[in-house]
Design a protein around this ligand. Structure first.
Ligand SMILES: [Zn+2]
Ligand SMILES: [Zn+2]
Length: 243
């Protein structure tokens, strides 16, 4: 069965013209928010996606453009709908996330993560069925030193990088050994790529991989780069892509 993913934002952490790089996956009636940055609540509203429609949220790592809107979303859902948001986390992210929410965000300090969310830890490097027609496998990838960060293999055919440095070996393996057919990859437009893959690095991928690669997590100068991405294309906010 086909599922869809809609980017509610495609911007990097500093973009003004694009919301944070977060997405909603829609599979067989189930809606999963992938990352919830500080712009996510507004971006969801703008796209006409009420918070109450979300069944769960999945987090890749603890940067603010991926978790900065979590507390607002959780509190809103608690106060308005009297329920806790279901939170899927790679199992190693539980403590770092709580540290982040508790120290920087807490508008209403609560004793634990479980007071905000129904927490569901998922194993790394193992596929977990989240809903009928939705299987998620977290893969640890390099992003920032000393901070855990995960990419996701979704339904065994779609690779969502979230935030990662260029890793051509992994991309080749995913395509050749794991049968990945679609890649959403973060893309830093200027070089050198430091904590993200740069466009120049991604352009070194073979055509066969570029053809299945779509670019996200870009800066405000993205329009200047249209036509300079070879076989790769930029993802757009608010459009549902099938996978
Ligand atoms: Zn990041
Ligand atoms: Zn980011």
């Amino acid at each position: 069965m086909k599922a869809t993913i809609t980017m509610i934002g495609t911007g990097d952490a500093f973009a003004q013209n694009y919301a944070n790089n977060n997405a909603v996956i829609h599979a067989d009636g189930f809606r999963l928010l992938v990352d919830c940055g500080y712009t996510a609540p507004t971006a969801l509203q703008r796209l006409g996606m009420p918070f109450s429609d979300l069944d769960a949220v999945l987090i890749s790592h603890t940067h603010s453009d991926h978790v900065g809107g979590l507390e607002e979303l959780a509190l809103e859902i608690m106060h308005t709908y009297q329920r806790k948001l279901v939170l899927y986390l790679p199992n190693t992210l539980r403590d770092p996330l709580w540290e982040k929410l508790n120290s920087e965000l807490a508008q209403e300090p609560l004793p634990s993560l479980d007071d905000y969310f129904t927490v569901k830890l998922i194993p790394v490097d193992e596929p977990t069925g989240i809903a009928p027609g939705l299987i998620v496998e977290p893969v640890q990838t390099e992003h920032i030193d000393n901070r855990l960060s995960y990419s996701f293999i979704i339904n065994e055919r779609f690779f969502y990088s979230a935030d990662m440095r260029f890793n051509p070996k992994l991309l080749h393996q995913l395509v050749n050994d794991r049968g990945i057919q679609l890649i959403f990859h973060d893309c830093q437009l200027s070089s050198p790529g430091t904590v993200h893959a740069s466009l120049d690095e991604l352009l070194t991928l073979p055509e066969s991989i570029q053809t299945m690669t779509k670019l996200m997590h870009y800066g405000d100068t993205m329009p200047d780069f249209i036509g300079q991405t070879s076989r790769m294309t930029f993802l757009e906010q608010g459009i549902a892509y099938e996978f």
